[in-house]
Design a protein around this ligand. Structure first.
Ligand code: ACO
Ligand code: OAA
Length: 456
Protein backbone atom coordinates (compact mmCIF):
# COMPACT_ATOMS: atom_id res chain seq x y z
CA UNK A 1 0.00 0.00 0.00
CA UNK A 2 1.24 3.51 -0.83
CA UNK A 3 1.60 5.64 2.28
CA UNK A 4 0.94 9.25 1.22
CA UNK A 5 2.16 11.99 3.55
CA UNK A 6 -0.22 14.72 2.36
CA UNK A 7 -3.94 14.86 1.59
CA UNK A 8 -5.05 16.31 -1.76
CA UNK A 9 -6.25 19.44 0.03
CA UNK A 10 -2.90 19.92 1.76
CA UNK A 11 -1.08 19.38 -1.54
CA UNK A 12 -3.23 22.00 -3.32
CA UNK A 13 -2.60 24.51 -0.53
CA UNK A 14 1.13 23.88 -0.57
CA UNK A 15 1.38 24.16 -4.36
CA UNK A 16 -0.51 27.50 -4.17
CA UNK A 17 1.99 28.82 -1.62
CA UNK A 18 4.97 27.61 -3.65
CA UNK A 19 3.49 29.15 -6.82
CA UNK A 20 3.18 32.54 -5.13
CA UNK A 21 6.89 32.34 -4.32
CA UNK A 22 7.77 31.11 -7.83
CA UNK A 23 5.81 34.00 -9.39
CA UNK A 24 7.63 36.57 -7.25
CA UNK A 25 11.02 34.95 -7.82
CA UNK A 26 10.62 34.82 -11.60
CA UNK A 27 9.40 38.34 -12.25
CA UNK A 28 11.85 40.53 -14.18
CA UNK A 29 11.18 44.24 -14.54
CA UNK A 30 10.25 44.79 -18.24
CA UNK A 31 12.34 47.99 -18.31
CA UNK A 32 15.49 45.89 -17.88
CA UNK A 33 14.94 44.30 -21.30
CA UNK A 34 15.16 47.78 -22.84
CA UNK A 35 18.07 48.82 -20.63
CA UNK A 36 20.20 45.81 -21.65
CA UNK A 37 18.95 45.88 -25.26
CA UNK A 38 17.63 42.32 -25.08
CA UNK A 39 16.03 41.30 -28.37
CA UNK A 40 12.89 39.72 -26.94
CA UNK A 41 11.73 36.82 -29.06
CA UNK A 42 15.09 37.24 -30.83
CA UNK A 43 13.63 40.13 -32.82
CA UNK A 44 14.24 43.85 -32.77
CA UNK A 45 11.48 46.33 -32.05
CA UNK A 46 10.46 46.58 -35.72
CA UNK A 47 9.99 42.80 -35.86
CA UNK A 48 13.21 42.03 -37.77
CA UNK A 49 14.68 38.74 -36.53
CA UNK A 50 18.21 38.37 -35.19
CA UNK A 51 20.23 36.76 -37.97
CA UNK A 52 20.97 33.31 -36.51
CA UNK A 53 21.79 31.22 -39.55
CA UNK A 54 21.94 30.75 -43.29
CA UNK A 55 19.71 28.39 -45.23
CA UNK A 56 18.90 27.27 -48.74
CA UNK A 57 15.90 25.19 -47.68
CA UNK A 58 13.19 27.84 -47.51
CA UNK A 59 12.75 31.58 -47.72
CA UNK A 60 10.09 33.69 -46.03
CA UNK A 61 9.90 37.06 -47.74
CA UNK A 62 7.83 39.77 -46.07
CA UNK A 63 9.65 43.09 -46.36
CA UNK A 64 12.35 44.93 -48.22
CA UNK A 65 15.05 47.05 -46.62
CA UNK A 66 15.26 50.65 -47.77
CA UNK A 67 18.12 52.58 -46.14
CA UNK A 68 17.81 50.31 -43.12
CA UNK A 69 14.06 50.83 -42.90
CA UNK A 70 11.75 47.83 -43.22
CA UNK A 71 9.13 48.27 -45.92
CA UNK A 72 6.45 45.54 -45.66
CA UNK A 73 5.48 43.74 -48.85
CA UNK A 74 2.93 40.97 -49.54
CA UNK A 75 4.34 37.68 -48.20
CA UNK A 76 6.10 35.17 -50.42
CA UNK A 77 7.38 31.72 -49.56
CA UNK A 78 9.80 29.60 -51.54
CA UNK A 79 11.20 26.11 -51.13
CA UNK A 80 14.76 25.70 -52.44
CA UNK A 81 14.25 28.96 -54.37
CA UNK A 82 10.96 27.95 -56.03
CA UNK A 83 7.82 29.91 -55.16
CA UNK A 84 5.33 27.67 -53.33
CA UNK A 85 2.48 29.04 -55.44
CA UNK A 86 4.33 27.82 -58.54
CA UNK A 87 4.97 24.44 -56.94
CA UNK A 88 1.28 23.94 -56.11
CA UNK A 89 0.09 25.19 -59.50
CA UNK A 90 2.66 22.90 -61.16
CA UNK A 91 1.67 19.54 -59.73
CA UNK A 92 -2.03 20.38 -59.72
CA UNK A 93 -1.86 21.24 -63.44
CA UNK A 94 0.00 18.02 -64.12
CA UNK A 95 -2.63 16.06 -62.15
CA UNK A 96 -0.34 14.69 -59.41
CA UNK A 97 -0.23 14.68 -55.64
CA UNK A 98 2.59 17.00 -54.61
CA UNK A 99 3.71 16.27 -51.05
CA UNK A 100 6.22 13.51 -51.87
CA UNK A 101 7.99 15.59 -54.52
CA UNK A 102 7.97 18.59 -52.15
CA UNK A 103 9.61 16.47 -49.45
CA UNK A 104 12.20 15.29 -51.98
CA UNK A 105 12.84 18.90 -53.05
CA UNK A 106 13.36 20.00 -49.46
CA UNK A 107 15.56 17.06 -48.46
CA UNK A 108 17.62 16.62 -51.64
CA UNK A 109 17.54 20.14 -53.10
CA UNK A 110 16.10 19.60 -56.60
CA UNK A 111 12.80 18.66 -58.22
CA UNK A 112 12.79 14.91 -58.91
CA UNK A 113 12.12 13.50 -62.38
CA UNK A 114 9.54 10.71 -62.82
CA UNK A 115 11.89 7.83 -62.11
CA UNK A 116 13.62 9.47 -59.11
CA UNK A 117 10.21 10.40 -57.66
CA UNK A 118 9.07 6.80 -58.14
CA UNK A 119 12.12 5.50 -56.26
CA UNK A 120 11.63 8.04 -53.46
CA UNK A 121 7.99 6.98 -53.09
CA UNK A 122 9.14 3.33 -52.97
CA UNK A 123 11.47 4.19 -50.09
CA UNK A 124 8.52 5.80 -48.26
CA UNK A 125 6.14 2.90 -48.85
CA UNK A 126 8.78 0.33 -47.84
CA UNK A 127 9.25 2.27 -44.60
CA UNK A 128 5.45 2.33 -44.12
CA UNK A 129 5.33 -1.45 -44.44
CA UNK A 130 8.20 -2.06 -42.08
CA UNK A 131 6.99 0.42 -39.42
CA UNK A 132 3.19 -0.14 -39.50
CA UNK A 133 3.13 -2.90 -36.90
CA UNK A 134 5.43 -0.91 -34.61
CA UNK A 135 3.28 2.25 -34.98
CA UNK A 136 0.15 0.33 -34.00
CA UNK A 137 1.78 -1.29 -30.97
CA UNK A 138 3.28 2.00 -29.78
CA UNK A 139 0.02 3.95 -29.77
CA UNK A 140 -2.12 1.11 -28.43
CA UNK A 141 0.18 0.82 -25.47
CA UNK A 142 -0.65 4.26 -24.02
CA UNK A 143 -3.52 6.22 -25.67
CA UNK A 144 -3.71 9.97 -25.16
CA UNK A 145 -6.34 12.59 -25.89
CA UNK A 146 -3.61 14.76 -27.39
CA UNK A 147 -2.26 13.33 -30.63
CA UNK A 148 0.75 15.69 -30.66
CA UNK A 149 1.71 14.02 -27.39
CA UNK A 150 1.33 10.64 -29.10
CA UNK A 151 3.56 11.85 -31.95
CA UNK A 152 6.31 13.10 -29.64
CA UNK A 153 6.36 9.84 -27.73
CA UNK A 154 6.03 7.73 -30.88
CA UNK A 155 8.96 9.48 -32.56
CA UNK A 156 11.13 9.01 -29.47
CA UNK A 157 10.16 5.34 -29.33
CA UNK A 158 11.29 4.82 -32.96
CA UNK A 159 14.82 5.17 -31.55
CA UNK A 160 14.44 1.78 -29.86
CA UNK A 161 13.84 -0.13 -33.13
CA UNK A 162 16.45 1.72 -35.18
CA UNK A 163 19.56 -0.46 -35.58
CA UNK A 164 21.72 2.65 -35.94
CA UNK A 165 19.96 5.45 -34.01
CA UNK A 166 22.88 7.67 -32.98
CA UNK A 167 24.79 7.82 -36.25
CA UNK A 168 24.53 11.43 -37.46
CA UNK A 169 26.10 10.88 -40.88
CA UNK A 170 24.04 12.45 -43.68
CA UNK A 171 23.37 9.00 -45.15
CA UNK A 172 21.93 7.68 -41.90
CA UNK A 173 19.96 10.85 -41.09
CA UNK A 174 18.45 10.90 -44.59
CA UNK A 175 17.33 7.27 -44.12
CA UNK A 176 15.80 8.24 -40.76
CA UNK A 177 14.11 11.29 -42.34
CA UNK A 178 12.39 9.14 -44.97
CA UNK A 179 11.31 6.67 -42.28
CA UNK A 180 9.86 9.57 -40.28
CA UNK A 181 7.92 10.82 -43.33
CA UNK A 182 6.41 7.33 -43.51
CA UNK A 183 5.88 6.73 -39.79
CA UNK A 184 4.47 10.03 -38.48
CA UNK A 185 1.19 9.79 -40.49
CA UNK A 186 0.63 6.28 -39.10
CA UNK A 187 1.39 7.37 -35.53
CA UNK A 188 -1.05 10.28 -35.94
CA UNK A 189 -3.98 8.37 -37.42
CA UNK A 190 -3.50 5.27 -35.25
CA UNK A 191 -3.12 7.58 -32.27
CA UNK A 192 -6.50 9.14 -33.14
CA UNK A 193 -8.18 5.75 -33.71
CA UNK A 194 -6.87 4.47 -30.38
CA UNK A 195 -8.08 7.64 -28.68
CA UNK A 196 -11.67 7.34 -29.95
CA UNK A 197 -11.67 3.63 -29.15
CA UNK A 198 -10.37 4.12 -25.62
CA UNK A 199 -12.24 7.30 -24.64
CA UNK A 200 -15.47 7.02 -26.72
CA UNK A 201 -15.86 3.26 -26.95
CA UNK A 202 -15.78 3.29 -30.77
CA UNK A 203 -14.63 0.22 -32.71
CA UNK A 204 -10.88 0.16 -33.16
CA UNK A 205 -10.04 0.89 -36.82
CA UNK A 206 -6.43 0.14 -37.83
CA UNK A 207 -6.07 0.05 -41.62
CA UNK A 208 -2.63 -0.63 -43.06
CA UNK A 209 -1.43 2.04 -45.54
CA UNK A 210 -1.39 0.99 -49.18
CA UNK A 211 1.89 1.24 -51.13
CA UNK A 212 0.29 2.64 -54.30
CA UNK A 213 -1.35 5.57 -52.44
CA UNK A 214 0.12 8.99 -51.70
CA UNK A 215 0.71 10.08 -48.10
CA UNK A 216 -2.43 12.28 -48.22
CA UNK A 217 -4.52 9.43 -49.61
CA UNK A 218 -3.17 7.04 -47.00
CA UNK A 219 -4.09 9.44 -44.18
CA UNK A 220 -7.72 9.37 -45.38
CA UNK A 221 -7.54 5.63 -46.11
CA UNK A 222 -6.41 4.89 -42.54
CA UNK A 223 -8.79 7.44 -41.02
CA UNK A 224 -12.11 6.46 -42.57
CA UNK A 225 -13.64 3.22 -41.27
CA UNK A 226 -14.60 2.30 -44.88
CA UNK A 227 -11.27 3.68 -46.24
CA UNK A 228 -13.23 5.75 -48.78
CA UNK A 229 -12.36 9.31 -49.86
CA UNK A 230 -12.94 11.43 -52.93
CA UNK A 231 -10.11 12.67 -55.22
CA UNK A 232 -11.01 16.26 -54.20
CA UNK A 233 -10.57 15.43 -50.51
CA UNK A 234 -7.17 13.81 -51.09
CA UNK A 235 -6.08 16.67 -53.37
CA UNK A 236 -6.92 19.32 -50.76
CA UNK A 237 -5.23 17.41 -47.96
CA UNK A 238 -2.15 16.91 -50.14
CA UNK A 239 -2.11 20.63 -50.98
CA UNK A 240 -2.29 21.45 -47.30
CA UNK A 241 0.67 19.12 -46.61
CA UNK A 242 2.67 20.89 -49.34
CA UNK A 243 2.09 24.40 -48.04
CA UNK A 244 2.81 23.51 -44.39
CA UNK A 245 6.05 21.66 -45.17
CA UNK A 246 8.61 24.38 -44.59
CA UNK A 247 8.96 27.94 -43.32
CA UNK A 248 12.62 28.93 -43.17
CA UNK A 249 15.03 28.31 -40.31
CA UNK A 250 13.63 30.82 -37.81
CA UNK A 251 10.15 29.50 -37.05
CA UNK A 252 10.07 28.15 -33.52
CA UNK A 253 9.92 24.41 -34.28
CA UNK A 254 12.55 24.52 -37.04
CA UNK A 255 14.81 26.69 -34.92
CA UNK A 256 14.31 24.12 -32.16
CA UNK A 257 15.47 21.46 -34.63
CA UNK A 258 18.63 23.51 -35.33
CA UNK A 259 19.29 24.11 -31.63
CA UNK A 260 18.82 20.47 -30.64
CA UNK A 261 20.67 19.15 -33.72
CA UNK A 262 23.65 21.39 -32.91
CA UNK A 263 24.33 19.31 -29.78
CA UNK A 264 25.08 16.24 -31.92
CA UNK A 265 22.09 14.31 -30.58
CA UNK A 266 20.01 11.73 -32.50
CA UNK A 267 17.30 12.45 -35.08
CA UNK A 268 14.45 11.21 -32.86
CA UNK A 269 15.37 13.58 -30.01
CA UNK A 270 15.55 16.54 -32.41
CA UNK A 271 12.24 15.82 -34.15
CA UNK A 272 10.41 15.05 -30.88
CA UNK A 273 11.57 18.45 -29.58
CA UNK A 274 10.26 20.14 -32.75
CA UNK A 275 6.90 18.39 -32.30
CA UNK A 276 6.74 19.76 -28.75
CA UNK A 277 7.34 23.25 -30.10
CA UNK A 278 4.79 23.00 -32.91
CA UNK A 279 2.09 21.88 -30.45
CA UNK A 280 2.06 25.33 -28.81
CA UNK A 281 -1.02 27.51 -29.49
CA UNK A 282 1.14 30.42 -30.66
CA UNK A 283 2.65 28.16 -33.32
CA UNK A 284 1.06 25.14 -35.08
CA UNK A 285 -1.38 24.54 -32.23
CA UNK A 286 -3.19 27.71 -33.33
CA UNK A 287 -5.16 25.81 -36.00
CA UNK A 288 -7.25 23.92 -33.44
CA UNK A 289 -7.59 27.07 -31.32
CA UNK A 290 -9.04 28.88 -34.35
CA UNK A 291 -11.74 26.23 -34.69
CA UNK A 292 -12.61 26.45 -30.99
CA UNK A 293 -12.58 30.24 -31.10
CA UNK A 294 -15.06 30.22 -34.01
CA UNK A 295 -17.27 27.70 -32.19
CA UNK A 296 -17.33 30.07 -29.23
CA UNK A 297 -17.93 33.13 -31.46
CA UNK A 298 -20.88 31.44 -33.21
CA UNK A 299 -22.45 30.61 -29.86
CA UNK A 300 -22.07 34.19 -28.61
CA UNK A 301 -23.08 36.11 -31.75
CA UNK A 302 -26.56 35.73 -33.28
CA UNK A 303 -26.11 37.92 -36.35
CA UNK A 304 -22.94 36.94 -38.25
CA UNK A 305 -23.21 40.15 -40.30
CA UNK A 306 -23.08 42.42 -37.27
CA UNK A 307 -19.58 43.96 -37.50
CA UNK A 308 -19.91 45.77 -34.18
CA UNK A 309 -20.83 42.57 -32.30
CA UNK A 310 -17.86 40.77 -33.89
CA UNK A 311 -15.50 43.63 -33.00
CA UNK A 312 -16.86 43.57 -29.47
CA UNK A 313 -16.21 39.83 -29.23
CA UNK A 314 -12.65 40.25 -30.57
CA UNK A 315 -11.95 43.12 -28.17
CA UNK A 316 -13.02 40.90 -25.29
CA UNK A 317 -10.52 38.28 -26.48
CA UNK A 318 -7.71 40.85 -26.44
CA UNK A 319 -8.75 41.97 -22.97
CA UNK A 320 -8.55 38.36 -21.73
CA UNK A 321 -12.28 38.45 -21.03
CA UNK A 322 -13.39 35.86 -23.55
CA UNK A 323 -12.77 32.37 -24.94
CA UNK A 324 -9.54 30.93 -23.42
CA UNK A 325 -8.58 34.26 -21.77
CA UNK A 326 -5.10 34.16 -23.31
CA UNK A 327 -5.47 37.64 -24.84
CA UNK A 328 -4.94 36.22 -28.35
CA UNK A 329 -7.02 36.19 -31.49
CA UNK A 330 -5.91 32.92 -33.03
CA UNK A 331 -4.98 32.55 -36.69
CA UNK A 332 -4.10 36.23 -36.93
CA UNK A 333 -0.65 37.83 -36.68
CA UNK A 334 2.76 36.54 -37.59
CA UNK A 335 6.33 37.04 -36.46
CA UNK A 336 7.44 37.89 -40.03
CA UNK A 337 4.48 38.51 -42.35
CA UNK A 338 2.50 41.69 -41.95
CA UNK A 339 0.59 42.35 -45.19
CA UNK A 340 -0.22 38.75 -46.11
CA UNK A 341 0.76 35.13 -45.50
CA UNK A 342 0.78 33.51 -48.97
CA UNK A 343 -0.33 30.18 -47.48
CA UNK A 344 -3.44 31.76 -45.95
CA UNK A 345 -4.29 33.19 -49.37
CA UNK A 346 -4.00 29.77 -51.02
CA UNK A 347 -6.06 28.12 -48.28
CA UNK A 348 -8.66 30.88 -48.42
CA UNK A 349 -9.28 30.34 -52.13
CA UNK A 350 -9.79 26.60 -51.58
CA UNK A 351 -11.92 27.23 -48.49
CA UNK A 352 -14.19 29.43 -50.61
CA UNK A 353 -14.59 26.81 -53.35
CA UNK A 354 -15.17 24.01 -50.85
CA UNK A 355 -17.63 26.15 -48.83
CA UNK A 356 -19.72 26.65 -51.96
CA UNK A 357 -19.70 22.95 -52.73
CA UNK A 358 -20.52 21.89 -49.17
CA UNK A 359 -22.92 24.77 -48.40
CA UNK A 360 -20.77 26.43 -45.74
CA UNK A 361 -21.04 29.89 -47.39
CA UNK A 362 -22.30 31.67 -44.26
CA UNK A 363 -19.44 30.34 -42.19
CA UNK A 364 -16.92 31.26 -44.88
CA UNK A 365 -18.30 34.82 -44.86
CA UNK A 366 -17.91 34.91 -41.09
CA UNK A 367 -14.24 33.87 -41.47
CA UNK A 368 -13.75 36.65 -44.04
CA UNK A 369 -15.26 39.17 -41.66
CA UNK A 370 -13.02 38.13 -38.76
CA UNK A 371 -10.01 38.17 -41.11
CA UNK A 372 -10.83 41.81 -41.93
CA UNK A 373 -11.88 43.02 -38.48
CA UNK A 374 -9.27 41.29 -36.27
CA UNK A 375 -6.28 43.31 -37.57
CA UNK A 376 -8.25 46.55 -36.97
CA UNK A 377 -9.04 45.51 -33.40
CA UNK A 378 -5.49 44.31 -32.67
CA UNK A 379 -3.97 47.51 -34.04
CA UNK A 380 -6.30 49.55 -31.84
CA UNK A 381 -5.46 47.67 -28.64
CA UNK A 382 -1.81 46.60 -29.00
CA UNK A 383 1.40 48.52 -29.53
CA UNK A 384 2.14 47.58 -33.13
CA UNK A 385 5.29 48.14 -35.16
CA UNK A 386 4.00 46.27 -38.17
CA UNK A 387 0.61 45.17 -39.50
CA UNK A 388 -1.10 41.86 -38.80
CA UNK A 389 -2.82 39.52 -41.23
CA UNK A 390 -4.43 36.08 -41.26
CA UNK A 391 -1.80 33.35 -40.99
CA UNK A 392 -1.64 29.76 -42.29
CA UNK A 393 -3.63 28.49 -39.30
CA UNK A 394 -6.64 30.72 -39.97
CA UNK A 395 -8.40 28.77 -42.75
CA UNK A 396 -6.78 25.32 -42.42
CA UNK A 397 -9.08 23.99 -39.68
CA UNK A 398 -12.17 25.24 -41.55
CA UNK A 399 -11.03 23.26 -44.61
CA UNK A 400 -10.34 20.18 -42.48
CA UNK A 401 -13.78 20.47 -40.93
CA UNK A 402 -15.40 20.59 -44.38
CA UNK A 403 -13.32 17.51 -45.30
CA UNK A 404 -14.63 15.71 -42.22
CA UNK A 405 -11.18 15.49 -40.61
CA UNK A 406 -11.46 15.38 -36.80
CA UNK A 407 -10.08 18.39 -34.94
CA UNK A 408 -7.70 16.23 -32.89
CA UNK A 409 -5.71 15.75 -36.12
CA UNK A 410 -5.43 19.41 -37.18
CA UNK A 411 -2.05 20.11 -35.56
CA UNK A 412 -0.75 16.55 -36.17
CA UNK A 413 -1.39 17.08 -39.92
CA UNK A 414 0.83 20.19 -39.68
CA UNK A 415 3.49 18.01 -38.00
CA UNK A 416 3.20 15.23 -40.63
CA UNK A 417 3.99 17.88 -43.24
CA UNK A 418 6.64 19.86 -41.34
CA UNK A 419 8.70 16.70 -40.72
CA UNK A 420 9.99 17.34 -44.27
CA UNK A 421 11.18 20.87 -43.40
CA UNK A 422 12.58 19.90 -40.00
CA UNK A 423 14.59 17.02 -41.48
CA UNK A 424 15.88 19.20 -44.33
CA UNK A 425 17.08 21.78 -41.78
CA UNK A 426 18.63 19.04 -39.63
CA UNK A 427 20.61 17.85 -42.64
CA UNK A 428 21.68 21.44 -43.35
CA UNK A 429 22.72 22.01 -39.72
CA UNK A 430 24.72 18.76 -39.70
CA UNK A 431 26.38 19.58 -43.01
CA UNK A 432 27.41 23.13 -42.21
CA UNK A 433 27.26 24.41 -38.71
CA UNK A 434 29.41 22.24 -36.46
CA UNK A 435 28.91 24.79 -33.70
CA UNK A 436 26.66 24.33 -30.69
CA UNK A 437 23.90 26.99 -30.50
CA UNK A 438 24.41 28.92 -27.32
CA UNK A 439 23.14 32.52 -27.03
CA UNK A 440 23.76 34.70 -23.96
CA UNK A 441 21.48 35.55 -21.03
CA UNK A 442 22.41 38.39 -18.73
CA UNK A 443 21.87 37.68 -15.05
CA UNK A 444 20.02 40.51 -13.30
CA UNK A 445 19.84 38.75 -9.93
CA UNK A 446 21.33 40.62 -6.99
CA UNK A 447 24.29 38.79 -5.38
CA UNK A 448 23.39 37.03 -2.12
CA UNK A 449 25.13 34.97 0.57
CA UNK A 450 24.35 31.32 1.22
CA UNK A 451 22.55 31.09 4.60
CA UNK A 452 22.76 27.89 6.69
CA UNK A 453 19.35 26.23 7.03
CA UNK A 454 18.91 26.93 10.76
CA UNK A 455 19.35 30.68 10.16
CA UNK A 456 16.79 31.12 7.31
C1 ACO B 1 2.37 28.40 -38.01
C2 ACO B 1 2.44 29.57 -37.16
O1 ACO B 1 3.13 29.53 -36.19
S1 ACO B 1 1.59 30.95 -37.61
C3 ACO B 1 1.19 31.75 -36.06
C4 ACO B 1 0.12 30.99 -35.33
N1 ACO B 1 -0.25 31.64 -34.07
C5 ACO B 1 -1.42 32.28 -33.87
O2 ACO B 1 -2.27 32.37 -34.74
C6 ACO B 1 -1.65 32.84 -32.48
C7 ACO B 1 -2.09 34.29 -32.55
N2 ACO B 1 -1.01 35.14 -32.99
C8 ACO B 1 0.01 35.48 -32.15
O3 ACO B 1 0.05 35.10 -30.97
C9 ACO B 1 1.11 36.37 -32.67
O4 ACO B 1 0.66 37.05 -33.80
C10 ACO B 1 2.38 35.58 -33.03
C11 ACO B 1 2.86 34.76 -31.82
C12 ACO B 1 2.14 34.62 -34.18
C13 ACO B 1 3.45 36.56 -33.45
O5 ACO B 1 3.63 37.41 -32.36
P1 ACO B 1 4.65 38.63 -32.41
O6 ACO B 1 5.87 38.18 -33.09
O7 ACO B 1 4.76 39.16 -31.05
O8 ACO B 1 3.90 39.60 -33.42
P2 ACO B 1 3.99 41.20 -33.55
O9 ACO B 1 5.37 41.66 -33.22
O10 ACO B 1 3.43 41.53 -34.87
O11 ACO B 1 2.99 41.65 -32.42
C14 ACO B 1 2.92 42.95 -31.90
C15 ACO B 1 1.98 42.94 -30.72
O12 ACO B 1 0.69 42.52 -31.13
C16 ACO B 1 0.27 41.38 -30.42
N3 ACO B 1 -0.41 40.46 -31.29
C17 ACO B 1 -0.03 40.02 -32.50
N4 ACO B 1 -0.92 39.13 -32.97
C18 ACO B 1 -1.88 39.03 -32.03
C19 ACO B 1 -3.05 38.26 -31.93
N5 ACO B 1 -3.41 37.43 -32.89
N6 ACO B 1 -3.81 38.39 -30.84
C20 ACO B 1 -3.45 39.23 -29.85
N7 ACO B 1 -2.34 40.00 -29.86
C21 ACO B 1 -1.56 39.87 -30.96
C22 ACO B 1 1.58 40.77 -29.93
O13 ACO B 1 1.38 39.95 -28.77
C23 ACO B 1 2.42 41.98 -29.65
O14 ACO B 1 2.03 42.56 -28.43
P3 ACO B 1 3.09 42.74 -27.24
O15 ACO B 1 4.19 43.56 -27.81
O16 ACO B 1 2.28 43.39 -26.17
O17 ACO B 1 3.54 41.34 -26.89
O1 OAA C 1 7.43 31.34 -39.37
C1 OAA C 1 6.88 31.30 -38.24
O2 OAA C 1 7.28 31.96 -37.27
C2 OAA C 1 5.69 30.46 -38.01
C3 OAA C 1 5.10 29.86 -39.25
O3 OAA C 1 4.34 30.49 -39.95
C4 OAA C 1 5.47 28.51 -39.61
O4 OAA C 1 6.34 27.89 -38.98
O5 OAA C 1 4.89 27.97 -40.57
Amino acid sequence: MINLKLSDLEKDKLIKELSTKAKEANYINPELYTKYEVKRGLRDISGKGVLAGLTEVGEVHAYILDENELIPVPGRLSYRGIDVKEITEGFLKEGRYGFEETAYLLLCGTLPNQSVLGQFKDLISDAQSSKAEFARKTVLHLPSKDIMNVLGRGVLTLYSIDPNPDDISIENVLRQSIELLASVPMLAVYGYQTYVHQFFNKSLVLHTPQPELSIAENILYMLRPDSKYSPLEATLLDLSLVIHAEHGGGNNSTFTTHVVTSTGTDTYSAIAAAIGSLKGPRHGGANIKVRHMFKDLKEKIQDWNDDEAIKDYLTKLLNKEGFDRSGLIYGVGHAVYSISDPRAEILKSYAEALAQEKHFEDEFNLYKKVEKLAPEVIEKHRKMYKGVCANVDFYSGFIYEMLGIPEELYTPIFAISRVAGWCAHRLEELTNAGKIVRPAFKSVAPKREYIPIEKR
